[in-house]
Design a protein around this ligand. Structure first.
Ligand SMILES: NC(=O)c1ccc[n+]([C@@H]2O[C@H](COP(=O)([O-])OP(=O)(O)OC[C@H]3O[C@@H](n4cnc5c(N)ncnc54)[C@H](OP(=O)(O)O)[C@@H]3O)[C@@H](O)[C@H]2O)c1
Length: 214
């Protein structure tokens, strides 16, 4: 697949690199330095290049949104028309200090974002993992039981594509249902971060859901 990365920081940089290593064509965009984008593309190997948000989105089969909540409007404006595109978002509705969710209760950041890009096919995924685990999960592919990763959305085909990307990174995709379920996964992400950085866990903490068969 061709994957456009909007926001090439901790999440976008790592996920884009892993998508490229899994064989996808990746365009890294939206960092504060063009050099950084070029370095990311070089380090990710032959399947990646640097570009503008518009380049990243134009021919993409899937676009990854990985910017701080405060940068969403800017990056979406630069990306241009996302009509019909699968938009996978790990962006969390965090305040400027990254200490609390600014959307919650009867809505979620994912639902707010989906309304901003009404004609895109929106899936919330990857927001529940600390970026630090991504490379080790990828390296452990096929060697151990994969950790679970929940995702949600209202477009079934878009979710199938997102599930493929989740698998490519090394996780077991767990479909949590419609996009409104992000009301529960977003606070869950904060719990995971709390456990990873301040509780008894570590950034390597990963979760597993057992599937019970009747
Ligand atoms: N980090 C995690 O473990 C994690 C886990 C789950 C969800 N998330 C969510 O994923 C999203 C991305 O997080 P992240 O940790 O990848 O963030 P990040 O490292 O700060 O990356 C954000 C990207 O946006 C870019 N950007 C472009 N213009 C910017 C500007 N004017 N000001 C600030 N940034 C600008 C940054 O550029 P530079 O590259 O030049 O900094 C960077 O490439 C957030 O919504 C976060 O809540 C993060």
């Amino acid at each position: 697949m061709r994957i456009g990365i909007l926001g090439s920081g901790l999440m976008g940089g790592k996920l884009g690199t892993l998508f490229a290593r899994a064989g996808h064509e990746v365009v890294f965009s939206y960092a504060r330095s063009a050099r950084k984008l070029q370095r990311l593309a070089r380090d990710a190997g032959g399947n990646a290049r640097a570009g503008t948000p518009r380049d990243a989105a134009r021919t993409a089969d899937a676009v990854l949104l990985a910017v701080h909540w405060s940068r969403v409007d800017d990056v979406l404006k630069q990306a241009g028309d996302l009509a019909g595109k699968v938009l996978v978002s790990c962006t969390m509705p965090m305040n400027a200090a990254d200490t609390a969710l600014v959307v919650g209760g009867d809505s979620s950041g994912a639902e707010v974002l989906a309304r901003k890009v009404k004609r895109a096919r929106f899936v919330a995924a990857f927001g529940t993992v600390p970026s630090e685990v991504l490379f080790s999960v990828f390296d452990a592919r096929g060697k151990a039981d994969p950790p679970s990763l929940v995702y949600c959305g209202d477009d079934e085909q878009a979710k199938e594509l997102a599930a493929r990307l989740i698998r490519d990174v090394g996780f077991d995709p767990v479909d949590a249902g419609p996009l409104r379920i992000a009301r529960y996964t977003e606070p869950f992400s904060l719990l995971m971060a709390q456990l990873a950085y301040e509780g008894g866990g570590s950034p390597q903490l990963a979760y597993r859901f057992a599937r019970f068969r009747q």
